[in-house]
Design a protein around this ligand. Sequence first.
Ligand SMILES: *Cc1c(COP(=O)(O)O)cnc(C)c1O
Length: 396
Amino acid sequence: MQIYADNAATTRMSAAAIESMIQTTQNTYGNPSSLYTIGQVAKEELEEARAEIAAIINAEPREIIFTSGGSEADNQALLSAAMIGKKKGKKHIISSMFEHHAILHTLNKLEKNGFTVTLLPVHENGIIRIDELADAIREDTCLVTIMTANNEIGTIQPIAEIGKLCREKGVIFHTDAVQAVGHLPIDVKAQNIDMLSASAHKFHGPKGVGFLYAKKGIVLSSLIEGGAQERGKRAGTENLPGIVSMTTALKEAVDKMDSANAHKTKIRDYLIKGLSQIPHSALNGDAKNRLSGNINFSFEGIEGESLLILLDQRGISASSGSACTSGALDPSHVLLAIGRIHDVAHGSLRLSIGDEITMEEADYIIEAVKEVVAYLRSFSPVWRDLMSGKKEFILK
Ligand SMILES: *Cc1c(COP(=O)(O)O)cnc(C)c1O
């Protein structure tokens, strides 16, 4: 059996997204900046895509700019809000401890340039508290950036409440919604979102394309200088096949969002129940307030990397934290942020399921994980110490 359970790292392109990429590549090869007909046709397709994406998140077309993906959108959002703040003498930024590295590393860069950053705790359930955000907002706060849903543990933040609070305080609110767009309903007006990042390859579109929404009036700084594309805010000939294909994928994802979420939630809860039977294990993050596709467990006394390799041998593609941290020795900052100690965080497994998953596959996964965890424990020195009482169990 082959089961792809790493949709939080990337997704397989849908057939319609591939078809739309081929069609655009073959037929609409003109440069949207050119004045002759095939250029103008490309320009029309580009603007149609922009309008369609804008409509899906309840924004205006002029509020959308296309980027090379989620990381670029995150970088541009943060650097732009920082520039706006700096002009007003406001150099304080609030974020959370478990953001994606595209956010955290950009914040590090801003700190080196004189900004002060407050990272809110995300607590055991992986969710920030509104009262703690309210307390953290200062006179000189120029930006709050909190992700909509976490890529490792799937927990969903109270975005509308954060947006409302930021609007009342006059602070720009950005959300990294890369894991949410196409999976959860987004309405930038109703949720008072000022800036939002998205990436096509997390909703069955192509890699290397995404978008940044920035509310009218927010002046973006460009990361890439050159031509006047994207209203002068992102130079470079537009990736039209990628953009059109992303739009196809997003429309499709939104159309089937409710049924996909209902199905995935059922399988997710079944997997959580099944994996909970493994002794000395624990689910990471809130059990209900999480993405329908996310299951993240810690198993005491084992190494996540070995678990992944043995699961791969059984045809299961999964992850042990985020794709960026796999291979590194440091345990996931997300698991540490929810209070897992190093040893426990190391023995973690993230399954991120797609809507094609079946109940039979879920059973196969549960059996495989049970067997592999038992096998790894059978020769783990840490497990031996735990069993002999030399070390104390952390997970019940
Ligand atoms: C994948 C991801 C990103 C990065 O997006 P890319 O398109 O791969 O650059 C940023 N934030 C989150 C939450 C992600 O899951």
